[in-house]
Design a protein around this ligand. Sequence first.
Ligand code: NAI
Length: 386
Amino acid sequence: MAKVLCVLYDDPTGGMPARYARDGLPAMDRYPDGQRLPTPEATDFTPGELLGSVSGELGLRSFLERQGHELVVTSDKEPPGSEFDRHLADAEIVISQPFWPAYLTAERIANAPNLKLVVTAGIGSDHTDLDAAIDRGITVAEVTYCNSISVAEHVVMMILSLVRNYLPSHQVVRDGGWNIADCVARSYDLEGMHVGTVAAGRIGLAVLRRLAPFDVHLHYTDRRRLPESVEQELGLTFHADARAMVPNCDVVTINAPLHPETQGLFDDDLLATMRRGAYLINTARGLIVDRDAIVRALESGQLAGYAGDVWYPQPAPADHPWRTMPNHGMTPHISGSTLSAQTRYANGTREILESYFAGTPIRDEYLIVDGGKLAGTGAKSYSARS
Ligand code: NAI
């Protein structure tokens, strides 16, 4: 019987919700490209409940315990001596979410001799050292597409809120004020601006589609070019790489995975080539940008705004400079953990576990590493170190 170690974020400070804001979720069975939503054999929770925090347990406990497996759920994950580290020693399966990542470093993997499967309950498996997983023959899987649209919606929200100066204007109201000039002195229309995405995978393309009706000029770069029909439909301008794209843009959104090619991409040099007063939105991964270069660009006015929900490390320390830098619209890492997304990734996690225990193939699109190499979505979207 397997020991399943699951790291989830803490429950709400006031305890689990007694009642939810809405009574259910819209019915869906397919993603926009036709991919099927997760299809576990059964679901032991009510869709729309809080599943991503410790007491939610991703709705997995009865499913696992019925089969005699052990489920350990904790939010205590920082080395050394965390509950996570203690249980890792004999865990066969580790599950965690990018919002509250259990960083599976090479050192931790070396201390987990029984580890066979690592599941990201979400998208983005960079918190696992993929090269170490490749070397050890560990399978890494994630719930591809489960929250791509959730993030795309968050990106559009953040672009509009920065360009329109929404958050400071809202604060004026909360503070009892009414100085219109204070609010509008940094407020513009998005219409007519040039907006570019670094990567046009599931999230990047969904952002482009959602922005097209705003009458903006759309740009993208990706290591795989989109079909010509999509480029024409959306009026996209393709650029060979981020360096070629960003000087043409008023707004840049980053939607690429974190891997050796993208780590540290937005440094002082690249930021200096952007238009003065550009906006940068990063919901991909904190390490794709240079933390202090972002602060400098906001302070100098090279960037008019920066928003996103991804930090390094997570949780971000109380003194992280992004909490206090000017003109930012940061949130904690929440965009992919709406209640809507949680239902999908809890079901997807269960589907992956059902396949694993049954010895049947995990859906190819869920695979990041398998059989000692990048596989499935991992082979398309990531690069290994060597
Ligand atoms: P996807 O796999 O559909 O798309 C990734 C795209 O990035 C692919 O088209 C790939 O060709 C492209 N790409 C990879 N390396 C590149 C490079 N060096 N330059 C240009 N393009 C490159 O994945 P999806 O669903 O769009 O998610 C993308 C990333 O967004 C995830 O890997 C994750 O890091 C992040 N994410 C963040 C979430 C959040 O809650 N903030 C939730 C979900 C994903």
